[in-house]
Design a protein around this ligand. Structure first.
Ligand SMILES: Nc1ncnc2c1ncn2[C@@H]1O[C@H](COP(=O)(O)OP(=O)(O)O)[C@@H](O)[C@H]1O
Ligand SMILES: [Mg+2]
Length: 253
């Protein structure tokens, strides 16, 4: 059975239709982008998987568990199986990197006497083992994003869900982060990323689920940012510009 199943999912907020009859399946170990313009429904789709929102109609199944009939007391355990990287839940500025991750582990009830080793280890995964005493303000944007990733990994998730993880990053830092996602995926983790960073999405050549105004406009296996599904010529020009720029970046000596 697929690891994530969306079966004719519609989500309305009052009269606003955020997702409309969306169906797809994601297998374990896949690397998938959810792309689309601002307001297309990307965050809604992710929040439904986290069960932070409820579907209006249709059905979502994650790792064999139906979300609509999931008991309230099982929701924390459900979320613990997912690594969540979102700028909505940023780092606490008055806590060290170490404490930020420690608090996340405590919140999931996974604390034990190996906590310190675990934290150093997850920081090591993102190349920041030496920064555990730093405060968020002492880190670059890219490093802060890597701490967010490290915090998401601290629950040892099967599935990593990231909402616009490169939103605040310069191109180099964004690229580094994508490399980390690739590495995690190589080790077997399912990766689901909402993004509208077209240049990046294009070079990654991964599956892309394209949302346009809440509808699933395309689902491409090894996609570029789907041009057919997006509408106007201006976008195409921007896309080509970005691809050119990212190629330049990639092949610089
Ligand atoms: N909590 C909410 N209450 C009401 N409307 C919402 C809420 N969250 C999102 N929406 C609306 O649903 C649509 C999709 O939003 P969202 O999923 O955040 O899109 P994206 O992440 O692609 O920018 C938008 O029109 C947005 O205004
Ligand atoms: Mg969003």
């Amino acid at each position: 059975m697929a690891q994530i199943i969306f079966d004719h999912v519609t989500k309305k907020y009052k009269d606003e239709i955020a997702l409309s009859d969306v169906s797809f399946q994601i297998e374990k170990g896949e690397f998938v982008f959810v792309i689309g313009k601002s307001g297309a429904g990307k965050s809604t789709l992710l929040n439904l998987i986290l069960k932070q929102e409820e579907v209006t109609s249709g059905q979502i199944v994650v790792e064999g568990r139906r979300l609509d009939t999931m008991e309230r007391k099982k929701i924390p355990a459900h979320r613990r199986r997912l690594g969540i990287m979102s700028n909505d839940v940023g780092l606490l500025k008055d806590r060290s990197v170490y404490d930020n991750i420690k608090l996340a582990i405590l919140a999931t009830g996974n604390a034990d006497d190996k906590m310190r080793e675990k934290i150093i280890k997850v920081l090591g995964l993102v190349g920041l083992a030496g920064k555990f005493n730093a405060f968020p303000d002492e880190l670059s944007g890219g490093e802060q994003a890597r701490v967010l990733l490290s915090r998401a990994l601290s629950v040892r998730p099967q599935i990593l869900i990231a909402d616009e993880p490169t939103a605040n990053l310069d191109p180099d830092a964004a690229w580094d982060l994508m490399q980390l996602f690739e590495e995690l995926n190589y080790r077997g983790m399912t990766i689901l990323i909402a993004s509208h960073a077209r240049g990046l999405v294009t070079i990654m050549k991964r599956r892309c689920i394209t949302l346009v105004a809440g509808r699933l406009a395309a689902d491409d296996k090894h996609s570029i940012y789907n041009q057919k599904a997006m509408d106007i010529f201006a976008e195409r020009r921007i896309l080509q510009e970005e691809v050119k720029n990212s190629e330049k970046r990639l092949f610089l000596p």
